[in-house]
Design a protein around this ligand. Structure first.
Ligand SMILES: [Zn+2]
Length: 305
């Protein structure tokens, strides 16, 4: 990593100034070849197929439009013979803009400014602003599906408890937080207690493993890896045969696209609502005419977050 990379906050990459004028600053971004996980078959490969230069918009720098030219590597997987593009933590997949630009645009909805103004501020087209606005709704409730996993785990615990002696049952109930907490956050003493509790039932052991696997998925920083992990995780849950997870499986299968969206735009949250009516009135006034209800609804949710 060089100084320019540090300034731009792009890690694991080299940055070179490409050009600079009154309106635009552009950079070249280079990354080193390293083993990449094939999204099709999950094998590691570092065989390069070819390169392609991709233009990516970033947040404005010193009031100039900022463009990154990414020398995108196309990998060849010898496992399945397919090709895939290198993934980068800072750029949204399939989008020609950085994640922080998406965030920057989304955050402009917290202020009551109109679409045109937001587009000027972010140096993007109004079309891009509308696109970001359109995705916000789909990623609004991340906790809704996280909850499903914990509910299932809790139900497994409750069902296991049913066949226990009174004292043991009371112990499991009182120590339930040891099961729901992240294993890595537990003290050594509680870890030992957890292992003992999981000894008792294979279902509980499996359910706990599924929960921990899910936490690992949520903690993963790269969206492309999360996509792979989510697919694997669902298969793991389905093959576990634990019926308490059935509602979660249904919820995940039915909302797969939205769940992926919420992982992709995890930095955007709709949050609690406050001063609702007044904000809506301001928004209505600056929007002049409401042409699209979904956009308007999303803007209200954002502005009141
Ligand atoms: Zn492959």
């Amino acid at each position: 990593m060089n100084d320019l990379a540090k300034i731009l906050g792009i890690y694991d990459a080299k940055v070179k100034l490409k050009s600079i004028n009154d309106h635009t600053i552009s950079f070249y971004i280079y990354t080193d070849t390293k083993p990449h996980l094939c999204p099709h078959c999950n094998l590691y490969t570092s065989k390069v197929h070819d390169y392609r230069m991709q233009k990516i918009k970033d947040i404005p720098l010193h009031n100039k439009s900022c463009i990154l030219f990414l020398n995108k590597r196309h990998y060849h997987c010898s496992g399945c013979g397919k090709h895939f593009y290198e993934s980068y933590d800072f750029v949204s997949r399939y989008l020609h803009r950085t994640q922080r630009l998406t965030k920057f645009i989304a955050h402009s909805f917290y202020d009551s400014i109109n679409i045109k103004h937001a587009s000027i501020r972010a140096n993007v087209s109004t079309h891009t602003v509308y696109k970001v606005l359109g995705t916000l709704n789909n990623s609004s409730d991340r906790y809704h599906f996280i909850r499903q996993v914990y509910w299932a785990l809790e139900n497994v615990r409750k069902n296991v408890q049913k066949n226990m002696s009174k004292t043991l049952r009371r112990y499991y109930k009182r120590s339930r937080h040891i099961i729901t907490a992240r294993k890595s956050n537990l003290s050594e003493e509680n870890k030992a207690a957890l292992n003992l509790m999981l000894e008792y039932s294979e279902d509980l052991r499996k359910a706990h493993f599924i929960k921990e696997l899910f936490i690992k998925l949520l903690d993963e920083k790269s969206y492309s890896k999360q996509r792979v992990l989510l697919r694997e995780w669902l298969l793991e849950v389905e093959s576990s045969g634990i019926k308490e997870f059935n509602p979660a499986i249904t919820a995940f299968r039915n909302n797969y696209k939205y769940i992926l969206n919420s992982l992709k735009y995890r930095h955007i949250s709709n949050g609690p609502t406050e001063g609702f009516n007044n904000k809506i009135k301001v928004l209505k006034r600056i929007s002049y005419v409401v042409r699209n209800f979904t956009y308007f609804r999303n803007r209200i949710l954002m502005a009141t977050a």
